[in-house]
Design a protein around this ligand. Structure first.
Ligand code: C6P
Length: 415
């Protein structure tokens, strides 16, 4: 479907499911523009959590009693629902529930990387990786003697694909790339990168923390070997992340954490492992969070992922237009008109982003300021920090206008 055929979101109706958006600070209604950090949670997901604890709460896979069986079925089915949401035809066997994107990255780095990488092997990342990917692979490379290489980011915030083709070669064992940059908003060509990686028998790990919440993502269309994302950035609860992995790769991997629930047979001498995905879910898992994440997937699909993608891009483009108006704001990432995720990072002249953020807070406008866990990228761009406004399904152009007005107040203050 072309982006123009898609019905716009009924934002007014959507907002009714988020009482938190009615909060006021200092007499001003909250303008929540920190969604790339964490999105708010709609009533129906909160209700699912409350219902679970009121009516179903029990440990899973252990009890033969009715409650435990109900909780187990709901938890297992949540894996199937998440698989469906990202187009994983292998169902629950390809979906591991973790704590967050960061843990999903570490799971693969430890369970696969520590065993498979060695001197001479290369892990190819991008200069716009989040620390969750960058630090994890950097440290696994240090432990194994493998080398990290970084695909350069061009001045317009896109990846230098010639450089990607140069770097990814027969020594490459893993390409780990962020799908949508949490700092630049850039949408990376992950499918093309997957083809390049596979031409050299390397795996590709896609960091979907900022893409799965905001656009349709189909792991099989991309041909990702691994994909990670977090529930708390997609209208779900905190405390749950997802690792998708192709079944045949997960089957070959060693477990990451050992303990109860992930075993098949244990003796004093040795142990064997449970089937997928339980082999990777040691101990009591994230039961309620998993069930609530499945509800968040239903919620997002009911709105429509194509419509969400359009809404986010429209708000980001509108924000760029408004922010560029005065000529004293530097926008990071692709220029106006180029599709991006629903976020805009920027700097106002010589005002430190932290100062700007606290002035905006006086007007109840919540943004993020700092390095957004992309320190090397900020170093490359020659700025210590940036301010970032990020949008979700309940944000409006009027809220972008309030952001712009609040920035104007800061402008007056620092004039
Ligand atoms: N970015 C932000 O404000 P966790 O914290 O594990 O749920 O997600 C980590 C992560 C990984 N990759 C990308 C692209 C991300 O944006 C994030 C989280 C938040 O930008 C917190 S730093």
């Amino acid at each position: 479907m072309g982006q123009t055929d898609i019905e716009p979101l009924d934002v007014e109706a959507i907002r009714e499911e988020y009482p938190i958006l009615q909060r006021e600070f200092g007499g001003e209604q909250l303008v929540y523009l920190d969604n790339a950090a964490t999105t708010q949670t709609p009533d129906r997901v909160v209700d699912t959590i409350a219902h679970y604890y009121r009516h179903t709460n029990a440990n899973v896979h252990r009890g033969l009693h009715q409650l435990s069986q109900e909780a187990s079925i709901a938890y297992e089915e949540a894996h199937d629902r998440v698989a469906e949401f990202i187009g994983a035809s292998g169902g629950r066997e390809e979906i591991v529930f973790t704590k967050n994107t960061t843990e999903s990255e570490n799971l693969v780095a430890y369970a696969w990387g520590l065993n498979e990488l060695g001197p001479g092997d290369e892990v190819v990342l991008t200069e716009m990786e989040h620390h969750a990917s960058l630090v994890t692979w950097q440290q696994i490379c240090k432990k194994t003697g493998a080398t990290c290489r970084y695909i350069e980011v061009e001045e317009d915030g896109t990846l230098d694909m010639d450089h990607a083709r140069e770097l990814i070669g027969d020594d490459t064992a893993m390409v780990s790339v962020v799908h949508v940059s949490n700092t630049l908003g850039t949408v990376n060509p992950v499918s093309e990168l997957a083809d390049i990686a596979h031409d050299h028998d390397a795996y590709i790990f896609v960091d979907g923390a900022q893409s799965v919440p905001n656009r349709p993502v189909d792991v099989e269309a991309i041909d990702a070997d691994f994909l990670a994302f977090s529930g708390h950035k997609m209208a779900g609860p905190t405390g749950i992340g997802v690792l998708y992995g192709k079944k045949h790769i997960l089957e070959e991997m060693e477990p990451y954490l050992y303990g109860g629930m992930m075993i098949n047979k244990v003796t004093f001498e040795d142990s064997t492992w449970h089937e997928l995905p339980w082999k990777f879910e040691a101990g009591t898992p994230v039961i309620c969070q998993g069930i609530a994440l499945a509800e968040a997937c239903d919620y997002l699909d009911d709105i429509g992922m194509d419509a969400i993608r359009r809404h986010e891009n429209e708000l980001a483009q509108y924000a760029i237009e408004q922010l560029e108006g005065e000529g004293d704001i530097d926008i990071l990432g692709p220029p106006a008109g180029v599709e991006r995720g629903g976020l805009v990072s920027f700097n106002l002249n010589s005002v430190h982003a932290h100062d700007l953020s606290s002035i905006l807070n006086d007007s109840a406008v919540a943004i993020r300021a700092g390095d957004h866990c992309t320190q090397p990228l900020h170093d490359k761009l020659g700025v210590p920090a940036s301010a970032r406004a990020s949008f979700y399904v309940y944000n409006t152009k009027e809220e972008v206008d309030k952001l712009v007005e609040a920035i104007d107040d800061a402008r007056q203050l620092f004039a």
